[in-house]
Design a protein around this ligand. Structure first.
Ligand code: C5J
Length: 221
């Protein structure tokens, strides 16, 4: 069955069976008061604003039978999968693996690494642990999408300019069509959020489309 999603720079037509929902890094440490993100001085409400729109899209995607994939950015406790070039860029005492307010920072299994309860994965949904910013880097995401015949991705998550943008660029180069849902994404920096969306849809949609939760709910209803 075909769906038509209102988007910029133009509406997107896709097959429901070949469309997946990809929710990027909606983790407690990035979104919740008292987490790692807030400990760096960030206003986490800018990210938390994306939770309710994501919930609406997630409920609709589940009801429509779409493949749902949740990602989490994080590393093994021994940091063997954390490139030194990534680790060394953190502030001293606030580096990956250091003790944080919700457990060791960006370490798998720690409380802060979990997805926020409002968007908890349902049984059977894919949860993908990724060591990089992009969700394709050193993961089996490409394999999963191709095995399931996916061609179009509805993309939500944080942060717009880092993990969402990196993943969308990777996906575009691999031949997937990406529809980024503006109100389902967030950044600590409003300018970066706006620019991160603008550059996706510029020049006729140079590496994707930008839409929103209401348009996806309408399309899948
Ligand atoms: C994500 C980050 N998820 N900004 N991580 O965007 O470090």
């Amino acid at each position: 069955m075909s769906i038509r999603i209102d988007a910029e720079p133009e509406a997107v037509t896709a097959e429901r069976a070949s469309t997946a929902l990809l929710i990027i890094d909606m983790q407690r440490d990035f979104l919740e008061p008292g987490g790692f993100g807030e400990s760096l001085g960030n206003d986490v409400s800018r990210l938390a604003a994306a939770i309710a729109p994501c919930q609406a899209v997630l409920a609709t995607a589940r009801a429509a039978g779409l493949l749902v994939i949740h990602t989490r950015e994080g590393h093994r406790p021994d940091l063997t999968d954390c490139p030194p070039a990534k680790w060394e860029r953190g502030l001293p005492g606030r580096r990956i693996g250091d003790p944080g307010p919700m457990g060791r920072i960006l370490i798998r299994g720690e409380a802060g690494h979990d997805i926020v309860p409002a968007l908890a994965p349902a049984p059977g949904e894919v949860v993908l642990d990724k060591p990089g910013k992009g969700a394709f880097c050193e993961t089996d995401l490409d394999l999963i999408l191709r095995n399931r015949g996916i061609r179009t991705l509805l993309v939500c998550g944080v942060t717009t300019e880092v993990c969402v943008n990196t993943t969308v660029r990777e996906a575009n180069d691999r031949g997937f069509r990406c529809v980024v849902l503006a109100d389902c994404c967030g950044s600590y920096f409003p300018d970066f959020h706006a620019a991160g969306l603008a550059m996706i849809k510029a020049q006729g949609g140079i590496f994707g489309w930008v839409s929103d939760s209401a348009a996806v709910v309408r399309a899948l209803a």
